[in-house]
Design a protein around this ligand. Sequence first.
Ligand code: ADP
Ligand code: ZN
Ligand code: ZN
Length: 668
Amino acid sequence: MPLAMSFDYVWQRSPENNIAPVVGMLSLVPFGRREIVGLIVEVAAESSLGVDKLKQVLSVRHQLAPLSEEWIHFCRFAAEYYQRPLGEVALPGLPKNLRAATTVALDRGLKKLQKQTVENDATPHAAALLNSEQQIAVDHIAAAKGFVPILLFGVTGSGKTEVYMQAAAQILARSEGEGESGQVLILVPEINLTPQLEGNIRRRFPDVMVVTLHSGLAEGERTHHWLAAHSGKAGIVLGTRLAILASMPNLKMIIVDEEHDPSYKQQEGLRYSARDLAVWRAHQLRIPIVLGSATPALETWQHAQTNRYKQLNLRTRAVPDAILPTVQLIDTERDKPSVGLTSTLIAAIKRRLERGEQSLLFLNRRGYAPVINCDACGWVSNCPRCTAFMVLHKPEQRLRCHHCSLEQRIPRSCPTCGNVDVQPLGRGTQRIEEGLQGLFPEARVLRIDADSTRLKGSAQAAFETVHRGEVDILIGTQMVAKGHDFQNLTLVGVLNPDTALFSQDYRASERLFAQLMQVAGRAGRAAQKKDGNISQVLVQTRYPAHPLYGALVANNYDQFATSLLQERQQAGLPPFVHQALMRAEARELADAMAFLQVAATSLNIEGIVMNEPIPMTMTRVANIERAQLLVESTSRPALQAFLKEWLAIMRAKKTSVKWSLEVDPVDI
Ligand code: ADP
Ligand code: ZN
Ligand code: ZN
């Protein structure tokens, strides 16, 4: 049983149990044969179930200050919006230690917090002198009163972080002036990939307790950081999407960096968007929220265009003499790649090597080759359990399915016809790495992807070698596109981005554009050297005339977003309609489809468009067949009301099919 629903218990005063429960406190209660920790969401003198039928509260965790009504209200909103029980939102957000049967870890955490003073180890950094656009942005954010949603639209390297830090400093100073200790929440897509940011914040705020909240923390750390936020002691909380559920009693501003990033969307369990919840939380608390991006999500852009969000622009790079790289398209029909690289790109890398500058190659495909095949009979390395290929991993000498993690030995000959000449088809990062080593035997080549960074801390260590200048050519997946400020990097090569252009997923081009802008933004971040190369982005494509690449070359997000929004409006897609997706999983596809057929006819309400159930694009994963049913409406309240009623009907049905519902789905 998940800890999800609300249940009634009776509390009786006793010598050990003599502090009355209050809403927001945690308490230990019997549940079935176990004892579990729950959250008190209501205190009442009566129960409709009859007091004598109720089990007793075992103890109340009064050493922990109650979670605020506002926080519970926020969780309640999220629960209703995503059509889940309150407990499924509120409880997983709490550190495990707080939910343990004993209070040992909690008491230890509280004691540690009491003793803790702000660590002031490194030398503090002074604030940078802002350029005029940054200054306008900081003034505007710091002056915001009440709920003010702000889009900070700044090109890569425009110094958004500096704006966040100076605005946060003013907001914290103002709270202090008013005799309060304010708090600021900064959300980032991934902390481990941008450790620079944490260090920068600590050095800038030597007198403020800064804590992080992300899934990589050990349980003790997580408890400690959570308590620091909950007690109000931490002035700045830096976290990934789960931090949006942190308890912060004095929250005065929320910042969402790279607000368009897909990792703000939780893709399992409670499928929430941390960015959307952040906007709602700011609204509830009547505080400003800053959404920063060079390529805002279309939803966000639409809000800015219709003046629901205030838009502030940073159009130039912040470092004097750092200029945005020029983007050039290489037609791979004319300049045919060998080992995956065109002669133009190879020559550009060579020039960087001669000058001691760094190159970055971006390929969003890990492994050696996405599939192996037999020319003689047409056999391909399908995963036996998924609608997907087994990917060749050469260093590991394995075939691997990236969806169900199945591993196999590489066959010596074709399993169907015995042909010994089985060939890898296509290129992943490992194969490009091999090609680079062949072309530039003297160069120091480093690959960074999920395979090369499996060990904890290894990604960070790898990035540090790049920062220290010990790498000449870096090859990697989207991991290398994010946030890094590589000082000596003047060339970015983009390999094979075309597949996303023709994806069934209507969001694929939006994502591709954001990714390309971001990876392009890794080049030319430092002041240009007099005798150095001009920073450059080379995109290898078979479709150089595609408008997406045109907008990329022109560095024109506005144009791209405007045309994409027009397309979406014509096609009746988000943000012009609101969607919810029901997914069904079963051993047999027919069962999943039949369930969705029933769902599709269970409730009919005007203004709600019920689509036909269909198998998912990747129908089978780990031998489970999957189907989906899309529900749409132009009115969000109408959709919400429908979902509530519809789910009540569906939950009452008995079925062996595993099903779930996602509000505002992104991968469909
Ligand atoms: P973004 O997040 O917008 O991509 P960053 O915040 O990483 O950009 O800033 C890029 C670089 O510009 C950093 O090295 C930062 O220290 C520097 N920077 C920011 N503001 C200024 C400024 N006003 N003057 C000089 N350098 C600045
Ligand atoms: Zn064969
Ligand atoms: Zn598989």
